[in-house]
Design a protein around this ligand. Structure first.
Ligand code: L34
Length: 285
C-alpha cells in the first residue's frame, strides 16, 4: 500500500501561522523578535539554507540579519562578533551556520553564544537541560522531526525507533527526544554491523547520515514511519534523501519527502525558538 506522505511544507506552513500571530502580539507591545545568523565562507548548501531562514523570518515578521564573513576570519574575530551580538538587546536569537572552516574550533564558538540566545539549542547548557528534560531551546531539526511524527497522528510511545546517525546536530538529540516520548530507541552508526536487520525491526526510522538513498524499501518494516533527514545533491542536481524514496514509499506507512519534509520544519522550529527567546528576554514569559 502506498505510504501517506508527511508534508513538512504543509505542517510548517500551519505552525508558521501561529508563530506569525505571536509575532504580531509582540510587535504590538513594541518588541520585534530579532535573529542574527552568522555565515562563514561560501558553501552553496549553507547559503541556500540561510537564505531559507531569512525568507521565513520575513514572512512571520521576525527581523533577521545575516552576518557574512569570508573564511579567512580568525577564531578570535568570530568570537568577538558573538560578544557583540550577545550584548545587543535587539538580537534575541543567534545562530552560527555549520559547518565552519577547519581552522575554527566549533565547540569554542558554540560555547561563546549566550545560552538564552542559543536558538539552535547547541550550547552545552541547552543540551544538558534537554537530556534531563528541563526548560531549554530544543535543537531545530530534532524538534521538527518530533512535531512531524506527532502531527501524522501516530503514537511514539512504546514504539521501536531506530535513529541512523549519531551527530550532535541530529542523531544524538533526536534519540533523546524520542526517548522522552517513550519510544524504545536504538542508535545506529557507521560501525553498526547489520543495519538492515535493525531497520527491518523499526516502527520509526529516522535517517540522518548524509548518504544518498542508502536505506532501501526492501529493508523497511511494512507500515513504518520513515523520517528522512538527508539532503544530498546528486551530480545531476537532483536533491535526494538518505532513504530511497521510490522503493520505500510503497512499503512505509508514513514517509517524509526530500525536499519538502524535514527541511522546512528545521526552519520553522528556529522561528519558534526566536519568538520564545524574544518573549523570555523581555520578561513576557
Ligand atoms: N547552526 N547549522 C546550524 N543550525 C542548523 O539548524 C543547521 N542546519 C543543518 C546544517 N547546518 C546548520 C540547517 O539549517 C541543515 N539545515 C537545513 C535547513 C534547511 C533545509 C535543509 C537543511 C531546507 O530548507 N531544505 C529544503 C531544500 C533546500 C534546498 O533546496 O537546498 C527542503 O525542502 O528540504
Amino acid at each position: 500500500m502506498a505510504a501517506h506522505i508527511i508534508s513538512g511544507k504543509e505542517v510548517a506552513a500551519d505552525i508558521r501561522k501561529s508563530i506569525k500571530e505571536q509575532v504580531d502580539v509582540l510587535r504590538s507591545h513594541g518588541v520585534i523578535p530579532g535573529l542574527t545568523v552568522i555565515l562563514v565562507g561560501e558553501d552553496p548548501a549553507s547559503e541556500s539554507y540561510v537564505r531559507g531562514k531569512e525568507k521565513a523570518c520575513g514572512e512571520v515578521g521576525i527581523a533577521s540579519e545575516i552576518v557574512r564573513r569570508n573564511d579567512s576570519i580568525t577564531q578570535e574575530q568570530l568570537l568577538a562578533e558573538l560578544d557583540r551580538l550577545n550584548a545587543d538587546p535587539a538580537v534575541h536569537g543567534i545562530l552560527v551556520q555549520l559547518p565552519l572552516p577547519a581552522h575554527i574550533d566549533e565547540k569554542a564558538v558554540i560555547n561563546r553564544i549566550r545560552p538564552d540566545k542559543d536558538v539552535d539549542g547547541f550550547h552545552p547548557i541547552n543540551v544538558g537541560n534537554m537530556v534531563v528534560g528541563d526548560d531549554c531551546y530544543l535543537p531545530c531539526t530534532p524538534h521538527g522531526i518530533i512535531e512531524l511524527i506527532k502531527r501524522s497522528g501516530q503514537a511514539i510511545s512504546g514504539k521501536q525507533a531506530l535513529v541512523v546517525g549519531r551527530s550532535n546536530i541530529v542523531g544524538k538529540p533526536v534519540s533523546m527526544l524520542l526517548l522522552r516520548e517513550n519510544a524504545t530507541v536504538t542508535i545506529a552508526h557507521s560501525r553498526t554491523e547489520d543495519l538492515s536487520a535493525l531497520v527491518r525491526e523499526a516502527d520509526i526510522v529516522v535517517a540522518a547520515v548524509g548518504r544518498p538513498q542508502m536505506i532501501k524499501g526492501s529493508d523497511i518494516k511494512p507500515g513504518a514511519i520513515v523520517i528522512d533527514v538527508g539532503v544530498n545533491r546528486l551530480e545531476t542536481g537532483k536533491l535526494v534523501g538518505d532513504v530511497d524514496f521510490e522503493s520505500a514509499k510503497d512499503i512505509a506507512g508514513y514517509i517524509t519527502p526530500v525536499p519538502g519534509g524535514v527541511g522546512p520544519m528545521t526552519i520553522t522550529m528556529l522561528l519558534k525558538n526566536t519568538v520564545d527567546a524574544a518573549k523570555k528576554l523581555n520578561g513576557i514569559i
